[in-house]
Design a protein around this ligand. Structure first.
Ligand code: BES
Ligand code: ZN
Ligand code: ZN
Length: 496
């Protein structure tokens, strides 16, 4: 999909569809919408009076052959209250425009920003919005809708002086949007098409193409390094595990600069193991590698954005299967760090593989850690599919993440990490146990388990179990993988 800047004024733009957005307030057409209203002989005012154009968030109003314009269609999208408008809303509005027009076999559109909207931030948001909206999960369908595609999007409303801001926003937005789709593509793969070995191959191919250093640890190397927690999960499967390590090093690295360690859970399928999950809905557990996919996608973006900070991405990958050699409840394992773990529930496997991932990232030199994982069903109970659960050991580091989430337009909510919760995972027969002792707080005890391996290194855990997968399509996004947390972490790293 081409994304360009359209310098012409409304009246002379020739396009299949001219798109802009209207606010939900009662002060009549303003700014560029007043201009459109005038050009079209009061069309917008009439639609508004008739109740067909209210500005309510994501409402769509389509007019064919609007008088006074050269555009074949005019699509107006509700942007909600003017004082609550943001880049995050604009990203959705642009996504709605793309999916609305694509489904109607329109192939090109011009998206016009409103008065005072000619910023880099807005061009980036529109670009991310249309690129992520364009993603479909029809890879394995044999009758793809061949006539439904958008070839070109032009962004208009930027003055000559604002043109370079538009270009910068488009270029950054494209890098981030495409990285997000890359991650979503991995998450969409079913487990028979994406084993740990195949995930590692795909990560390696991406890294090589992007010019990133990459090392794949196979089962032998994993055993040599005594990654006992990862191996304990893998032993129930005939598919061997992998530890994926991708490193981005900036050109002029100061030896004292922070080194970010990104650790992502990549369980390519989670049956629960011997503590097996119910059959109903188990097919969704192919997305239990979304944390890992997000981190790999981030590295793809960083290779192009070239921030001034070193980043080490560590992705432990395995299946969680109940094979004959599978670990059993009560088994005691020794993690790479030397800590012993009593595995009370084999379905709490994400924290086991992250234990070794986090320890290894520290050993490779990470000074600041972030992990992302579809870790707990309990986070869905707490925050539904709206907010990512955030847990941190260092408030300054966590605050930076929360600020980045705001800027990236991703909803995240911090949960507490009081010492009381740590007691829940104190072991009876080993140093720690992999589930809490029965008093609720399932997401927090999961987080505490990982924190045990982060030690004093500032660490953040993102529980994306509720947000990495959309059960229903949204007007701006296909059903399925969301690529959540990628934009926030790219923002965090590029702002360091
Ligand atoms: N992969 C699951 C968590 C999950 C649940 C992700 C629902 C997405 C949707 C994880 O490995 C798991 O099974 N967690 C258990 C932990 C429990 C045994 C302490 C859970 O949440 O039930
Ligand atoms: Zn599990
Ligand atoms: Zn899992």
């Amino acid at each position: 999909m081409q994304i360009t800047v359209e310098p012409k004024s409304f009246a002379v733009i020739e396009t299949e569809a001219l798109v802009t957005y209207v606010f939900d307030d009662n002060d009549g057409p303003q700014g560029r919408v007043a201009e459109l209203d005038k050009l079209t002989g009061g069309l917008l005012s009439r639609l508004n009076k008739g109740g067909e154009l209210t500005g309510k968030l994501l409402e769509t109003t389509l007019v064919h052959s609007p008088a006074g314009l050269k555009a074949a269609r005019l699509l107006l999208i509700g942007a909600g209250k003017r004082d609550q408008f943001s880049g995050a809303i604009l990203r959705k509005v642009a996504g709605v425009a793309l999916r609305y027009l694509k489904s109607r076999s329109v192939h090109g559109l011009v998206f016009a920003v409103r008065e005072n909207g000619g910023t880099q931030e807005f061009a980036q948001a529109i670009t991310e919005g249309v690129i992520t909206a364009d993603f479909e999960t029809d890879k394995y369908k044999t009758d793809k809708k061949k006539d439904k595609f958008i070839e070109g999007v032009a962004i208009s409303g930027y003055s000559d002086a604002e043109k370079s801001a538009a270009q910068k926003g488009i270029s950054r937005g494209r890098i981030i949007g495409e990285a997000q789709n890359f991650a979503r593509d991995l998450v969409n793969e079913p487990s028979n098409k994406l084993t740990p070995k195949i995930l590692a191959e795909k990560a390696e191919a991406m890294a090589k193409e992007a010019g990133l250093a990459v090392e794949i640890l196979d089962e032998k190397k994993i055993a040599d390094l005594k990654m006992g927690a990862l191996l304990s999960v893998a032993q129930g499967s005939v598919e061997p595990p992998r530890m994926i390590v991708i490193t981005y090093t900036p050109p002029n690295l100061k030896p004292t600069a922070p080194v970010v360690g990104l650790v992502g859970k990549a369980v390519t399928f989670d049956t629960g193991g011997i503590s097996i999950k119910p059959a109903d809905g188990m097919e969704k557990m192919k997305y239990d590698m979304a944390g890992g996919a997000t981190m790999i996608g981030i590295m793809r973006a960083l290779a192009a954005l070239k921030p001034n900070v070193k980043v080490i991405c560590v992705v432990p990958s395995t299946e969680n299967m109940p094979g004959g050699k599978a670990q059993k409840p009560g088994d005691i394992q020794t993690a790479m760090s030397g800590k012993t773990i009593e595995v009370l529930n084999t379905d709490a496997e994400g924290r086991l593989i992250l234990a070794d991932g986090v320890h290894y990232a520290k050993q490779l030199g990470a000074t600041h850690l972030v992990d992302a994982a579809t870790l707990t069903g309990a986070i869905v109970v707490a925050l539904a599919n709206v907010n990512v659960g955030v847990f941190g050991s260092d408030q300054a580091w966590t605050d930076r993440l929360l600020a980045s989430a705001k800027e990236a337009g991703e909803k995240m909510w911090q949960l507490p990490m009081d010492d009381e919760y740590r007691e829940f995972i104190k072991g009876s027969f080993a140093d720690i146990q992999n589930i809490g002792s029965g008093k609720g707080g399932g997401s927090i005890t999961g987080a505490w388990f990982i924190r045990e391996f982060a030690g004093d290194t500032p660490w953040i855990h993102l529980d994306i179990a509720g947000t990495a997968w959309n059960d229903d399509a949204k007007p701006w996004l296909a059903k399925g993988p969301t690529g959540v947390a990628l934009r926030t972490l790219v923002q965090l790293i590029t702002s360091l």
